[in-house]
Structures are given as structure tokens and as C-alpha cells.
Design a protein around this ligand. Structure first.
Ligand code: NAD
Length: 240
């Protein structure tokens, strides 16, 4: 059965992959994206004439706009990719990370909850709010550490991961307090097409091609786990 998704941040790296997959599969997608420096409409070129994709430029913290979209399109799920996503930028300017990742997510949750609670029962029971988070909320791994699991305690180390951990807590709290049907997935680092070149793999690739230095944190012994963006988006769909 075809579904209708309100996707936020769907012009970014991972969100655009999810939007392309769902639109090509015939689902309806309303794509709300602020188009910050990392959002790029060219990521959506393949579906620019698709009748089942609606792009809306706007902020997840704009409650009036989100209310209008929910009432107009009546989505079966909200999938929240929108975020400030780059650790280095969060070290230079944490405020915008709090604004979008914490406050923006909370506004989105509140508006969705107020709309959701008045849905008729069947639609209300089937609805999902899927929040895309990161394994960085669990901290870092050393060589001999076991892998993170869903039960690993939170230990965010950067303003970015602290803001994502905070948004995860709000998503959980909206489920516990109001019964909003929420899902959180905490994926590891993604790689693949359409990634903004400030991130590790495209940055290393471009620097290597240009014969420039390859910058890494620390001594290079940190463990990173890599997930192809299409596998990640398949998994989000499975979870949903
Ligand atoms: N890239 C990774 O390796 C990775 C790993 C784990 C988790 N994540 C999470 O996945 C999600 C997507 O990451 P990404 O790599 O695609 O990021 P990205 O920076 O490429 O895309 C983020 C998108 O969100 C939009 N956006 C930013 N602020 C907004 C706002 N206030 N309102 C509406 N739209 C806004 C941007 O314009 C952009 O299109 C994020 O929540 C991130 O924390 C990413």
C-alpha cells in the first residue's frame, strides 16, 4: 500500500536518498527543508517532475507551516532527518545546533502530537514519528571496546552529539508522556552519493585527488563504522 511521508531535511545527504527511494517506489513525499549550506535541490534532480513529490522550503521550527502541511497532506509518518550535522561546525558555533536539533525537533514533536491526537483511531494507531539520530550519542569506542547497542549509556562528546542526544530524549519523552508513536534509529557514519564534501570520505577523496594532506583526528586509532546511505535508507523503511 502506498504511504504519505512528511520528510524533513530531504534535500540533504541521507534525507535525499530516502526521498528518492520512496518517490521512485510510488509513495507520496512532502519534503520540508530549510536549504541551509548542506541542503541542495540538485540532490533531487531525478524526481524534479515527479507528481508524488512536493518540495517546501521551510524550517522544522516554523509551527504554523508544519501545521499547514500536516493538515493538508495527512501523512502516515513524519521522518525527521533535518539537523545541523557537522561536528566541526558544532565546535565553532554550538548555538545553531541547539536551535535546530533541540528546539526545532521539540517544536516539530509538539505540533505533530497536537495534530496526531485528533486523528481517527485507525490512522492514529498506524502513525509513526521516526527520528534519525546518530551513534555519536553513545560516545567513542576504543580498540577493544564492544560495539554500541541500544542499551549503551549516552555519553555525547561534542556539541553536535549533545544536541542529538537531547533531541533523542525529547522524542522518548513525547512517547512516554503523550503516547506519540515514535521510533529512533541511531546509525553510524554514512557514506555514498550526494554527501557534502566537508565529511570524511568525500573530503579525503577530493584531497587525495588534489594531492593535499589528509586530515584526521587524534592518532587515527579511533574506530569508525561505515554504513552505505542506501542500506541506511532501506533500514529506515524496514523499521518504519
Ligand atoms: N551523515 C552521517 O554520517 C550521519 C550519521 C548519523 C546520523 N546522521 C543524522 O542523519 C540526519 C541527516 O544527516 P545528513 O548527513 O543527511 O545531513 P545534511 O547536513 O546533509 O542534511 C541536513 C538537511 O537538513 C536541512 N535542515 C537543516 N536545518 C533545518 C531546519 N531547521 N529545518 C528544515 N531543514 C533543515 C538542511 O538544509 C539539509 O538539507 C541528521 O539528523 C544527522 O544527525 C547523519
Amino acid at each position: 500500500m502506498k504511504s504519505t511521508y512528511l520528510v524533513t531535511g530531504g534535500a540533504g545527504f541521507i534525507g535525499s536518498c530516502f526521498v528518492l527511494q520512496r518517490v521512485k517506489a510510488g509513495d507520496n513525499v512532502i519534503n520540508l527543508d530549510k536549504l541551509t549550506y548542506s541542503g541542495n535541490l540538485e540532490n533531487l534532480d531525478e524526481i524534479k517532475n515527479a507528481p508524488n513529490h512536493v518540495f517546501v522550503r521551510g524550517d522544522i521550527g516554523d509551527e504554523q507551516l508544519v501545521i499547514e502541511l500536516l493538515e493538508k497532506y495527512q501523512p502516515d509518518a513524519v521522518v525527521n532527518f533535518a539537523a545541523e550535522s557537522h561536528v566541526d561546525r558544532s565546535i565553532l558555533d554550538p548555538d545553531v545546533f541547539v536551535k535546530t536539533n533541540v528546539l526545532g525537533t521539540e517544536v516539530l514533536l509538539r505540533v505533530v502530537k497536537d495534530w496526531w491526537k485528533n486523528l481517527e483511531e485507525e490512522k492514529r494507531n498506524k502513525f509513526r514519528f521516526h527520528h534519525i539520530s546518530t551513534d555519536e550519542v553513545f560516545g567513542t569506542l576504543s580498540m577493544d571496546d564492544p560495539a554500541f547497542t541500544e542499551d549503551t549509556p549516552f555519553a555525547p562528546n561534542s556539541p553536535y552529539s549533545a544536541s542529538k542526544a537531547s533531541s533523542d530524549h525529547f522524542v522518548r519523552a513525547y512517547h512516554e508522556t503523550y503516547g506519540l508513536p515514535t521510533v529512533i534509529t541511531n546509525c553510524s557514519n554514512n557514506y555514498g552519493p550526494r554527501q557534502f564534501p566537508e565529511k570524511l570520505i568525500p573530503l579525503m577523496t577530493l584531497n587525495a585527488l588534489a594531492g593535499k594532506a589528509l586530515p584526521i583526528y587524534g592518532t587515527g586509532e579511533n574506530i569508525r563504522d561505515w554504513l552505505h546511505v542506501e542500506d541506511h535508507c532501506d533500514a529506515i523503511y524496514e523499521v518504519l
